[in-house]
Design a protein around this ligand. Sequence first.
Ligand code: NAP
Length: 308
Amino acid sequence: MTPIRLAIVGLGKIARDQHLGAIEATDGIDLVAVASRNASLENVACFADIHELLASGVEIDAVSLCTPPQGRFEQAKAALEAGKHVMLEKPPGATLSEVFALETLAREKGLSLFATWHSRAAAAVEPARALMAERTLKSVSVEWKEDVRHWHPSQAWIWEPGGLGVFDPGINALSIVTRIMPETFHLVRSELTFPANRAAPIAASLAFETKSGLPVAAELDWRQTGPQTWDIRVETEEGTIVLTHGGSRLIVDGEAQIVEEDREYRNLYRDFVALVTKGDSDTDFSPLVHVADAFMLGRRIETEAFED
Ligand code: NAP
């Protein structure tokens, strides 16, 4: 098969940290262009934005959108209308209605749309899912606490409407929980803490319930300095299952398990190649649905102003 000719849109932190290397390491896909207002790359065609790229005549089959969620819809729509397959960074968009519109557009055009969740591709996720399917669950609790100043220095978009604030990392936890849980769950309580000068929350405390009544709790906080916490703890009748380090390590009944080397983004590009080859899409928006619910049901608490 001829390799998919790919363009990256938005050459920022995640594109450089993960996408470039993962594309390089994946068979069946080649990077041929970049569209970014303030960045360029050697040895590929470079454009200021997706519209310039699509008008240029440079032949591409697909785009990978690594821009912030606000504005992603216009880029994805332009790409699909031009007949290109689309891979979306998480979160897949700024609103639910826009991502459902993209899903419909991709279907109408017969193109692949891949709403990626990189944390779902972490090494401990599938082993945890298999184990949870065999056990009797009692409760699930998520603790996702990191230092925003360290991980998101001067990312203005993240604090703007649609940037999601603490849900930008928190949605990664929800993407794992929605994958490993053997039954669906829904939100019953949400408290969101907003800095006085920001449009997005710096912390969130959420309580969910599964269909059968099991509690699922999530504490998200961006004010944690020192050791960082990205843990999911599952209490079962048979013992405790803990995913740590963002889903890359697994501890079962107190014993660290051997899990494979982390290949999150290589897994995503391998899956994208398979989707395009088969003419399929993968559009599970459930993590974004839970985040939208958290805003809808959220009690707002104001805290001190946040400065970078
Ligand atoms: P970033 O460093 O701000 O990079 C995004 C790039 O998109 C910018 O460098 C910018 O490049 C371009 N862009 C286009 N329109 C923009 C706008 N209106 N405002 C700001 N930038 C704009 O952000 P990132 O951390 O890479 O995050 C991008 C996406 O990846 C987000 O959805 C995020 O949740 C996701 N993600 C990030 C990480 C991480 O560790 N940072 C991890 C996983 C997923 P030009 O100025 O050159 O156009």
